[in-house]
Design a protein around this ligand. Structure first.
Ligand SMILES: Nc1ncnc2c1ncn2[C@@H]1O[C@H](COP(=O)(O)OP(=O)(O)OP(=O)(O)O)[C@@H](O)[C@H]1O
Length: 521
């Protein structure tokens, strides 16, 4: 039996509004892309009013499953039951009409509009002439019944990341969605913000007002907030159950099988090494032409990792972009081994400067080109890939790609797959494979483990440490303070475009770094 959204029976009334939490099941969900079975016969049950975690390593099929639920993909086979009834979700509008909403890793709000404006225009029934006074009054009344609120009258661009994420969630509640899919919702939040938001959502699921299906790679959050969990591996359902009854070790085994994690690379000790990368008075502007990087001075020695901590949006992205040639300097200079350095392709090759920017699919790949071609970006004009200048040799290029795919466990049907078809985590691994596979003198990495599963994080951090131990100077920008503390030899804190606090790792602590992040230094 198939029921449309309109045919669904009126749910019982809750204090939050007309509807109650929705229960959802997938039955035999299967999605095949060409010869690739991204999802094979997956049945999961998310009870109404539960907080359910969806786990799996990169490429396991989590996004494909939720895209089938949301109507972004049509499954090859399988169906969705909503509150026990089979419901055909032919597109995202149908999902929305039946009360399923999605909150993404990245923000989808219009930055120049206020929260009120963002919410009202998101409505399907937005009137052609909007009575803003009336809308604001009804929003205020609604938010009085919500467990959290955000400032309604300032542009979204001026809100902190935690407030933006709260607003994304409030938007879904305002649209009366009672089944929320959260795709790694805390990646851009501090641990404090993450706990606050997940805690508030948990009060709503416990009250029976909302059901949550959360994709997460963070066991800490899963064990603290999820009632139940399901694990996918290679597109198949591997098991699940009540979170409190299953250990983290058992959950990880379900995710990766008996694969052995790479031993954490030990930190090699060096005598005082020469300076390799020197940032001298670096200044740059943001996209609006406002000062973003303000006279940054930093020297990084061979065999040293300097971690830049900071709340996102304090100039870190712009600093990285100046170093990788994606943003002009307004003043200052770079030196590599005392020689002037500008980030052109030739100079990067000459000085062996490598890097992983943020959002690698956008900033470090050509999305429609194959995995092999993307892996060859740094070497396509050198033997053996180019025997004569301008002539590519596909054989050696594919052979090299296969080697890197195996070494870095990039999940792809093969080297000829367009890179845009890979899962987010696997694009990340492919770019790291390309950038870390040769001798590196300077390594510039921004949030290298963003969106990666726990096994990949261990592997990538070991590789960064290997490069350091091999004598590379590493500049690591990360919003994950644990990552900075684990990898860095020295910590620098960036606040409002400036670096006013730098300390060796043994002479600082979380609280001091936190204060410097808040600008108290
Ligand atoms: N449009 C597509 N065409 C071909 N293959 C695809 C497409 N979308 C996904 N895949 C493949 O399906 C598999 C599952 O990908 P999916 O994005 O669902 O994984 P995931 O578990 O969400 O991973 P991650 O944690 O890295 O985001 C991957 O091997 C991916 O390459």
């Amino acid at each position: 039996m198939s029921a449309t959204a309109a045919a669904l029976a009126e749910p019982p009334v809750s204090p939050l509004g007309a509807k109650k939490a929705i229960g959802l099941e997938t039955i035999g969900m299967t999605k095949i892309f060409g010869s690739m079975v991204a999802l094979g016969d997956v049945s999961i049950k998310v009870k109404p009013g539960s907080f359910h975690a969806l786990l799996g390593e990169n490429g396991a099929g989590k996004s494909t499953l939720v895209k089938c639920i949301m109507g972004f993909y049509q499954p090859t086979r399988g169906s969705v039951l909503i509150d026990g009834r089979e419901t055909e979700i032919s597109n995202p509008k149908v999902a929305r009409d039946v009360g399923i909403g999605m909150v993404y890793q990245h923000f989808t709000l219009v930055p120049s509009l206020t929260a009120t404006e963002n919410l009202v225009i998101a409505r399907a029934d937005v009137p052609s002439v909007i009575d803003w006074k009336k809308e604001k009054k009804s929003l205020d009344a609604l938010f009085d019944r919500m467990p959290f609120r955000v400032p309604l009258d300032v542009p979204v661009s001026s809100l902190a990341a935690g407030e933006k994420q709260k607003l994304e969630i409030l938007k879904q509640l305002y649209l009366d969605q009672r089944f929320l899919i959260l795709d790694e919702p805390t990646s851009v939040l501090t641990p404090g913000e993450a706990d606050e938001i997940l805690g508030l959502l948990k009060t709503m699921t416990d009250a029976g007002d909302l059901t949550i299906l959360m994709i997460s790679h963070k066991f800490r959050e899963v064990t603290a907030f999820a009632d139940e969990f399901s694990v996918l591996r290679k597109g198949e359902y591997m098991g699940g159950g009540v979170t409190a009854n299953v250990s983290v070790a058992e959950m990880s085994r379900m995710m990766i099988g008996d694969m052995k994690l790479r031993e954490r690379a030990a930190r090699k000790t060096f005598e005082k090494q020469p300076v390799v990368l020197d940032l001298a008075g670096i200044c740059a502007e943001d996209d609006e032409g406002l000062p973003a990087v303000d006279a940054v001075n930093l020297k990084i020695r061979a065999g040293e990792i300097v971690g830049i901590a900071g709340v996102s949006g304090n100039g870190q992205s712009e600093l990285i972009e100046t170093l990788t040639g994606q943003r002009d300097l307004t003043s200052g200079r770079f030196f590599v081994k005392d020689q002037p350095y500008e980030p052109s392709r030739e100079k990067m090759a000459k000085f062996k400067v490598f890097g992983l920017p943020e959002e690698p699919l956008k900033n470090a790949c050509v999305r429609r080109m194959t995995v092999a071609e993307n892996l060859a970006f740094r070497s396509f004009d050198q033997p053996p890939i180019s025997k004569r200048r301008g002539f590519l040799s596909p054989g050696p290029m594919r052979a090299k790609a296969k080697e890197l795919i195996a070494a870095y466990r990039v999940k792809t049907p093969g080297p000829d797959e367009p890179i845009e078809n890979l899962s987010g985590g696997n694009v990340q691994r492919a770019v790291l494979a390309r950038e870390l596979s040769t001798q590196v003198e300077v390594l510039i990495v921004a949030n290298p483990c963003f969106g990666l599963d726990f096994a990949s994080i261990a592997e990538i951090r070991s590789q960064i440490m290997d490069q350091r131990n091999g004598g590379a100077a590493v500049l690591l920008v990360s919003e994950d303070l644990d990552e900075i503390l684990e990898l860095s030899d020295r910590v620098a804190v960036m606040s409002e475009g400036r670096i006013d606090y730098v300390a060796p790792i043994g002479e600082t602590d979380r609280a001091t770094i936190g204060q410097a992040m808040a600008g108290h230094h």
